[in-house]
Design a protein around this ligand. Structure first.
Ligand code: KG4
Ligand code: ZN
Length: 352
């Protein structure tokens, strides 16, 4: 069964065709990053307009570059994400599915990120459950219990910024540009090659206090908060003469590596706690931040210590793409009732 997946939740216009939930036949991603660079972040109206301009071309390219042209269903992201951006993909998908007389499958973007390790892989997700999932992206940092495939329960989360947002904001503050995550990763990696952890600045590891209302019933030991880290970074920069002076002194790489380490260790610590909750068969990570090389390294160690496999996507499937939408669509192919009248849901939660 070939499913065409369409994704326009943020700043990537993407479409792909995936066979039987695993085999990626085509995968086209048009990134709008250069468009948003001057603003230091995604501008929803610009994103929407760019999706409108590109969607036709991206979908055509996905069909043209696929070895199989037959499309049995169209899957599309309907949330979470930016409303004006989501609308473009959803409308295009509705039109295409109607024209082709095939079912429309609405997909949750975060659940799709959690499916990425199964792309181009032979493993059947159900054989790996119960799974501990970590969705870590520009908008989300959620620990998710997956007792059987397709069932999701958030057991931990960030109380404020998502990890990707924390990377992006730090990069902006330090004048590294947008998006910050890949830049931070590269600079930190180079610094780590010639320095030891002892030289790092001890930034706070983002552990919320038990009982704070923002936990909304979740356990503090499974949640993170990055607002204190952000403040600590700002204070450090101010107390040490500002970005320009620190740049001249060659101090930025040490700051960047220390900041990244604080995020990575916070995520690793909460993951260790979550893994103790039940006998998980696997630990799975998905989302743009799962591309971070240090995070992959540390979380691999955490999983190895817990004696379970870590499921990670190939780097090309970590960012937003249509293949993850199409692939998850295969597992949701029977949940299509009322799909043509569905609206976008910018704040859709996993498991909804
Ligand atoms: O999943 P994604 O493409 O979009 C959302 O659904 O949010 O994630 C984008 C986020 C951005 O915040 C970006 O800075 C971050 O993922 N990111 C990274 C890396 N590559 C992308 N963060 C840390 N290290 C990376 N290598
Ligand atoms: Zn995403």
């Amino acid at each position: 069964m070939n499913i065409l997946g369409i994704e326009t939740s943020c700043d990537e216009t993407a479409a792909a065709i995936v066979k039987d939930g695993h085999l990626v036949l085509s995968n086209i991603v048009y990134t709008q990053i250069p468009l948003h660079i001057p603003y230091g972040g995604v501008v929803p109206e610009l994103a929407s307009r760019a999706h409108v301009e590109k969607i036709r071309e991206v979908v055509s390219a996905a069909i043209e570059s696929s070895s199989e042209k037959k499309i049995d269903a169209v899957a599309v992201t309907y949330g979470p994400g930016l409303s004006p951006a989501l609308i473009v993909g959803l409308n295009a998908a509705k039109g295409l599915a109607k024209a082709l007389s095939v079912p429309l499958i609405p997909i949750n973007h975060i659940e799709a990120h959690l499916h990425t390790p199964f792309l181009d892989a032979e493993i059947e997700p159900e054989t790996m459950t119960p799974i501990l999932g970590l969705a870590i992206s520009g908008g989300h940092t959620n620990w998710i219990d997956i007792p059987s495939y397709g069932k999701y329960e958030i057991i931990g989360q960030t109380l404020d910024d998502a990890a990707g947002e924390a990377f992006d904001k730090a990069a902006k503050l330090l004048g590294l540009g947008y998006p910050g995550g890949p830049k931070v990763d590269k600079i930190a990696k180079e610094w780590r090659e010639n320095h030891s952890d002892k030289e790092m600045i001890p930034f706070p590891k983002g552990r919320p206090r038990e009982g704070v209302s923002a936990l909304s019933g979740l356990r503090a030991e499974l949640c993170v908060s990055f607002s204190g880290l952000k403040t600590a970074l700002l204070r450090y920069v101010q107390q040490n003469g500002g970005v320009e002076k620190l740049t001249d002194e060659g101090e930025i790489p040490r700051i960047v590596a220390s900041y990244q380490e604080a995020i990575v260790q916070a995520v690793a610590d909460r993951t260790r706690n979550a893994l103790k909750l039940r006998d998980y068969k696997a630990f799975l990570i998905g989302g743009g931040v799962s591309l971070n090389s240090r995070l992959r390294e540390v979380l691999s160690e955490v999983a190895a210590k817990a004696k379970i496999p870590i499921l990670m996507a190939k780097p090309k499937y970590c960012g937003d793409n249509g293949a993850m939408i199409a692939a998850l669509g295969y597992y949701r192919r029977n949940k299509v009732e009322g799909a043509f009248s569905i609206d976008v849901n910018p704040s859709l939660e996993v498991g909804e």
